[in-house]
Each structure stands twice: as structure tokens, then as C-alpha cells.
Design a protein around this ligand. Structure first.
Ligand code: AMP
Ligand code: ZN
Length: 142
């Protein structure tokens, strides 16, 4: 537990939340400032900042919980789909430094668009640049 972490405080019961799931490693609750009705956050109970910091069993549990909760979230608000994602690290816009998966209900006519409509710079990569990036990912962190 991290003393000054709002999500650790929620897991500990020191800060109230609208809890929708609790497992051995996982916890989920409604986002207090939802993008849309039903916006849910799935987190590890232990404090890890990013997806890579979570041990495998914790990460598996978090994504399993997100997958299992999704039909319930969709049904609860009569959604047609969900956008599921993480802001993973400060540069991506992560504001709460305790890893969390956003499960955001989506509707046929919501007009929000896919993740691709974030204001991405869209690089124009040639074949060599594609190959270099793929190789670097395959090689893993050095
Ligand atoms: P992110 O920008 O990915 O770090 O998202 C953090 C999310 O946590 C935001 O959507 C906030 O609305 C949400 N949030 C912050 N504090 C609380 C809280 N006490 N209870 C529920 N959700 C919260
Ligand atoms: Zn925390």
C-alpha cells in the first residue's frame, strides 16, 4: 500500500467507492468522474504503477476481472460495446499512479469514435522502420 495513493485508500476502505467487484488480487469500482454512465475502473489491490510493474499473476487477475466484468457493465447500462484501455504512465495521461483498466460503455450512436481518433501524430514509417520497431519489441528490454 502506498500511503498517499487514492486507489490504495479505496482498497483499504478509507475512501468510499461504489465497489462492483472484489477478488483476491483485484478490485473494481465506478469512476467518480465518469466519461459515460457505467465507466468502471479495475485495479490490482496491491500498489503497482504500470502494467509492466504488476507480477504476472496480478496482471492476469486484473485483465481477467476486466474481461469478466465487461458483460455486466454493458448490460447494466444497456451498452452496445465497451472501450477498454489504460493510460499507462504519466506521459500517456495517467493521473492516478496506481495501475487501472478503464472499462467505458459505448453506444452505437455515441459519436465518440475509436481510440484511433485520439490526436495521434501518425508517423509515415518505411519498411525498415517497421522492421526495426518489431525487432526491438521482440528483443525485449535490454
Ligand atoms: P487516469 O487518467 O487514467 O489516471 O484516470 C484516473 C481516473 O480515476 C479518472 O477517470 C478519475 O475520474 C478517477 N478517479 C480519481 N479519483 C477517484 C475516486 N476517488 N473514485 C473513483 N474514481 C476516481
Ligand atoms: Zn495505490
Amino acid at each position: 500500500m502506498s500511503d498517499d495513493c487514492i486507489f490504495c485508500s479505496i482498497v483499504a476502505g478509507d475512501v468510499p467507492s461504489r465497489t462492483v467487484h472484489e477478488g483476491e488480487h483485484t478490485f473494481a469500482f465506478l469512476d467518480v468522474n465518469p466519461l459515460v454512465r457505467g465507466h468502471t475502473l479495475v485495479i490490482p489491490k496491491e500498489h503497482y504503477e504500470t502494467v509492466a510493474e504488476m507480477p504476472d499473476d496480478v496482471r492476469d487477475a486484473v485483465f481477467t476481472a476486466a474481461g469478466e466484468l465487461t458483460p455486466a457493465v454493458e448490460e447494466a447500462v444497456d451498452a452496445d460495446a465497451t472501450t477498454i484501455g489504460m493510460n499507462n504512465g504519466a506521459a500517456s495521461g495517467q493521473e492516478v499512479p496506481h495501475a487501472h483498466v478503464h472499462v467505458v460503455p459505448r453506444f452505437d450512436d455515441d459519436g465518440v469514435g475509436p481510440l484511433h481518433t485520439l490526436d495521434w501524430p501518425r508517423p509515415d514509417l518505411d519498411d525498415e522502420e517497421f522492421d526495426d520497431v518489431a525487432e526491438a519489441i521482440r528483443d525485449g528490454p535490454q
